[in-house]
Design a protein around this ligand. Sequence first.
Ligand SMILES: [Zn+2]
Length: 478
Amino acid sequence: MIHRVISLKYRPQTFDDLTGQKHIILSLKGALRTGRIGHAFLFAGPRGVGKTTTARILAKSLNCVEGPTVEPCQQCQSCKEITLSRSIDVVEIDGASNRGIEEIRNLREGVKYSPLQGRYKVYIIDEVHMLTQEAFNALLKTLEEPPPKVVFVFATTNPTKIPGTILSRCQRFVFKRLTAKEIVSRLRKIADAEAIHISNKALFYLAARADGSIRDGESILEQLTSFVEGEITEQDIFNLVGFLDSSFYFALIQQVAEKNLGEVFATLNNGIENGADPMEVYRGLTAYLRAALLLHAQVPIDMIELDEDEITVLKKMPFDEPRIVSMLETCLEYEEMIKRSVNARVALELLLSQLILPGDEHRVYKDKPKSNPGTHNTVREAGGIKEELFRRLQKNGPKLAGIIHRADIRQEGNAVLITVDNEFSQKQLQRSIGRFRTTLKDITGQDVTVTVRLVEQNQKDDKFIETMKGLFDAEEIR
Ligand SMILES: [Zn+2]
């Protein structure tokens, strides 16, 4: 496979080859120069940012005939074997597939023997947080009395899942997400060396889609080379990963500014039909709003990873700073909802509606229940609705009645939210949503909107209800 070929071929072999992570390289080099090598290193950070690659370079630096050195010779037997992943003294364990105590027992046996050729025996455990508690306990025994000349490198995307007893015995290094610029510079080197024709602008789109991961960036580039002949364009990238370009986001933001909900939905629909997923639209939207904010704050242009055309357009956006800040706040409030909702698209549509709703009208609505308390049902009163709904359903819809019995039902204003604990119930209820609306209108004497949700989305309920209120009442006020 082409992917394997390129990523292996260009895997960095020295600290200076690594992309980004300058702070880590500096302190590792420092440790190698002074010879103060710890027994255990923890490399924490997102996937695809160079953790295991750095671990291998560290192993090479320790075991080179000229080592410990910050510049392994690449020529000696040890260097060559580590490059080819064939060194007996460097053991890589995938924590995700070797979670058990057996593997760690083997490891504990193994560390008793001195390294065969090199100076150090290096154990690299990837995704170490996946180990079982028993495996951690066994590992801890080794770390408590570390054999000489054994170095552990634990790589993890989730350090919070590692027991404190292990963490406290490690020298910790936090790897950062790579910036789009860092990814572009790395991919540019590969593209030039492989004679792949791709413009910097296209590389930038690609890098933005890689979301901080060099591995993802390389993988996208390699996939592109397998089906594009000649120059790789932005359109090719879009076709492969459905990445929406800036014009999509600028149209969306412009329409939000103009409060044109119809056009906003049409633009969104277009993007989604072109293969973008709601979370991606969310990320792009937030990224451009953030860039707009940075422009307003007049931070140096090179901190904003946009090209000149984009900066020109963003500068003209009809928002002032407070409005952008409040829009970003609203975006962040919706992040979890869009991420977790079974209907992410609806959540995204709600967010966009919320961005359009003017703050004043929203406030008018919030005051309304006080002036007209009759329409404002409390949670306790919603309990009454539940009983009544259950009673009515029991007669001719016992299955639905059963689901309602277990569900949590809340009403606020004219929005009724039914929360269930499983997808099957959710589907059943959604199928009968028209019937609920009619029945609830009968019970409450008002038109209501009915929303059925899964229990883990509860945390966002209040926000959701508020949005529903805003959405429907804003129309009434107009
Ligand atoms: Zn060497």
